[in-house]
Design a protein around this ligand. Structure first.
Ligand SMILES: [Zn+2]
Length: 91
């Protein structure tokens, strides 16, 4: 059993400060830089001097490694039980 710490300005919490629920969603806004081909509206990357479209797996990888911690990303929390929402946290 983990200790319940209400989420507050310390960013350390793991439960809702209103109802103590741990059913918390973290909404993340990440800095994700993608190159998009304007004519097709599809993201791509360059490999060996050629344009390559991103596969679903590569898109997922890019998202997972998007810069949340160092790139000025921000996030907020929402309680799925009582509807409480935190303010926006930034790095
Ligand atoms: Zn709550």
């Amino acid at each position: 059993m983990i200790e319940k710490i209400p989420i507050d300005d310390t960013r350390e919490g793991n439960c809702c400060p209103v109802c103590n629920s741990t059913r918390i969603t973290r909404h993340e806004q990440r800095n994700l830089q993608v190159s998009v081909n304007l004519s097709t509206e599809k993201p791509f990357y360059m490999k060996n001097g050629r344009m390559k479209h991103l596969s679903k797996r590569e898109k997922a990888f890019a998202f997972d490694h998007a810069d949340l911690a160092n790139g000025g990303g921000c996030w907020s929390y929402e309680c799925r039980k009582c509807g409480w929402k935190s303010g926006l946290f930034t790095e």
